[in-house]
Design a binder for this molecule. Sequence first.
Ligand SMILES: [Mn+2]
Length: 317
Amino acid sequence: MHYDVFNGDADGICALLQLRLEEPLVSTRITGIKRDIALLERVHAEPGDTVTVLDISMVKNSDALSQLLAKDVVVDYVDHHAAGAIPNHPNLTATISEAPEVCTALLVNGRLRGERVEWAITGAFGDNLDEPAQRLAEKSGLQAPEIAGLKALGVCINYNGYGPSLDDLHFHPDALYESLLEAGRPQAFLGSSTFRQLDQGYREDLAASAALTPVVEASAFAVYQLPSAAWARRVSGVFSNDLVRAFPARAHAVLTERDDGAFLVSVRAPFDRRTGAETVCSQFATGGGREAAAGINCLPAEEFDQLIGALDAEYGG
Ligand SMILES: [Mn+2]
């Protein structure tokens, strides 16, 4: 049995699309919402089974990984999040880079020598890596309208993965993966009713978020709070990415109220200085992420001031 374990965002999906279009394989797929990264523990493999892991932090899956390796399961791991100590084990192949200009879809593209480069570009745009995506697209000879299509698709796939529960999403990430695989090429999917539905949902959510103003605004950072509504939960990540582009010198925290009264938080470092987000978030019990983009899954309301303090300490007032 083969298992494909992948993040349910654009990067994870586009990484797997490249691999499976290039090397079709019947597999058990395991994925979830973008923030659900404890995926490896859901693999119940037997000795001799194989596992491909894409776009989820190795350090956050290290126990499950060690158990699989010890069980004689062969693991191929491709990722750009914090890895921790990579086990030196004959059953493990790892392609890991934490470089800020890299994402998993681009790492897979390197491995496949650009065989499915359109999906790599789509994944990179979806992971908010506009410049590397644009460079790769131009190098691949794509024209502006085609590049715009890949970008729109990447943004939409990424947007679909946000939200604290699968119920909030327009499509289960695995169902979306299947539709994309069936389309074969991004251009084919762009003409589908699935894309129209996703694109329309995205536009409606963005329009609703355009009216929001910050609840805290300092010179070096701003904090927004989104209401407890499905549209807000879905759009929070894309909204954060757009803020980074609109105010490149400022750090941003976007809070979404959860059903339990706590907040789901996404923090983006200033675009001009893509560090510190992880430092801010990892001070909280359920926080983590990367230097440029990090999050807190559950910030108790009474820790709001502490978050402001952490932002102020990192980015200065
Ligand atoms: Mn990624």
